[in-house]
Design a protein around this ligand. Structure first.
Ligand SMILES: O=C(O)COP(=O)(O)O
Length: 225
């Protein structure tokens, strides 16, 4: 195979797995416990990308009319985080699904000796559950979550860690994602970025992120390279 990379790093939410339906369910379970109105999935999708903690803060700000800064500083936040945690762990795997062709593309790349990593801003306890319920954990050589390192995307430390671990130069590494955060992470690390249009990107078209390529779907990742 003439695949031009030795390492591919994938974003998780909105790239490998459509997670928004059950994230929205867990947010609404949490809001319901607080007597607050539900949010719709389109709204929740705009908050995906900075990690679940930030998403919950945005949801609480939206539902209460407070600003995010005030929510972040509020004393009740930690108990709400605990409540969300229970709901989200229970919801993981109920309404998420792999995008078409993900499993086949990962298997194909691995068979051809390409190292594979997941780099997500999702907290590790949720990344583990999502990968486990979709039987994806063994498909990756490295998983870096939002709380694995002192910094998260778009800081390039996560990409640098993978390049270092696998001894791959930036010119032989690719980041595949769905958002401006993924594009900025790749640019900050000096690696190419291909974006998929099926994800979230805070509601904006991915062309605005000026990726090296827009790929239509996972089959295109391995056939158009
Ligand atoms: O916001 C999140 O929880 C994670 O999003 P990501 O997998 O796109 O980095």
């Amino acid at each position: 195979m003439d695949f031009p990379y030795d390492l591919v790093m994938f974003d998780l939410d909105g790239t490998l797995v459509e997670t928004a339906p059950e994230i929205c369910d867990a947010v609404n379970d949490t809001l319901r416990d607080l007597g607050l109105p539900a949010v719709d999935q389109t709204q929740a999708e705009r908050w995906i990308g900075h990690g679940t903690h930030e998403l919950l803060i945005e949801a609480l700000a939206f539902a209460t009319g407070a600003d995010a800064k005030a929510v972040r500083a509020s004393e009740s936040l930690s108990s709400t985080v605990g409540s969300f945690d229970k709901h989200y762990q229970r919801r993981c795997g109920t309404r998420s699904r792999l995008y078409p062709g993900v499993r086949e593309a990962l298997a194909f790349l691995r068979t051809n000796g390409v190292k594979l990593a997941v780099i997500t801003n999702k907290e590790g306890r949720y990344t583990d559950t999502v990968l486990a319920v979709h039987k994806l954990r063994d498909s990756f050589d490295r998983v870096i979550s939002g709380d694995s390192l002192p910094t998260k995307k778009p800081n390039p430390a996560c990409v640098h860690a993978c390049l270092h671990e696998f001894g791959v130069p930036p010119s032989r590494a690719l980041f595949v994602g769905d958002s401006s955060i993924d594009a900025a992470t790749a640019r900050n690390a000096g690696v190419e970025v291909w974006l998929l249009p099926h994800g979230y990107n805070m509601g904006a078209p991915i062309e605005q992120c000026r990726p090296d390529r827009v790929i239509a779907d996972f089959p295109a990742l391995i056939t158009k390279s």
